[in-house]
Design a protein around this ligand. Structure first.
Ligand SMILES: [Zn+2]
Length: 216
């Protein structure tokens, strides 16, 4: 029986979170990956699947494109991502209720398996523009999800929530995370664009950590 479920997006933060889960748990966590109609869906899926294979984890993939197609913004439509924040201070790449839906889906997969831990890769860089990446949000979700069932008392584990990208990359390097199976660019292609906000953040993180990025 699995002890935990990890949300694996295909990005760096969830990959390092995955590695922490593997290190801490006695059983290999179940990897849950959701497609939500984002432009980079197939690249991210390939990465999530490869990470699950790397850690020999069960892999569950959910297609939520229809749901997010009805209320998606940010990474799913033609939002201009060249400005980082909108007038409300929300990141232009923010997708409405993304982590709320993802954590709920992960909790469903976990409940069925009587797993109690949900591993979630929220990080400090996203604190400003993404309300659903903050520590207090994760605390509240942990409580709401636990109140939603009499079977499981959930714990939302978020090992990188207070770390910025360079710390996350250093930690991932220590844990031997196969960064070649991660994708950060807002566009899909054989190689990342190198100029979008996400590519910039990744490049800065690897550079400050002194780790060479296998995906360039
Ligand atoms: Zn890019």
């Amino acid at each position: 029986m699995a002890e935990s479920v990890v949300l694996v997006s295909g990005g760096v933060d969830s990959a390092v979170t995955f590695a922490e889960a593997v290190r801490e748990d006695d059983e290999t966590p179940v990897a849950v990956h959701a497609r939500y109609g984002q432009h980079t869906a197939s690249k991210e899926r390939d990465c999530a699947e490869a990470l699950a294979a790397h850690y020999d984890a069960d892999y569950v993939e959910l297609d939520l494109s229809d749901a997010f197609g009805t209320f998606g913004e940010g990474l799913t439509d033609d939002t201009d991502l060249s400005t980082h924040y909108d007038d409300d201070g929300v990141a232009t790449s923010y997708v409405p209720m993304r982590n709320t839906v993802f954590l709920s889906v992960a909790a469903g997969v976990a409940e069925e398996r009587r797993a109690t831990k949900l591993w979630f890769g929220a990080n400090a860089d996203d604190r400003d523009g993404y309300a659903d990446c903050r520590d207090e949000y994760a605390d509240a979700m942990e409580r709401a999800l636990s109140l939603g069932t009499d079977r499981v008392d959930f714990e939302v584990r978020r090992p990188v929530v207070s770390m910025e990208k360079d710390k996350i990359v250093s930690r991932g390097d220590e844990l031997g995370v196969p960064f070649e199976h991660t994708w950060s660019c807002y566009q899909e292609g054989d190689s990342p664009c190198g100029v979008c906000a996400s590519c910039e953040e990744r490049a800065r993180g690897f550079e400050r950590a002194g780790v060479s990025d296998p995906v360039r």
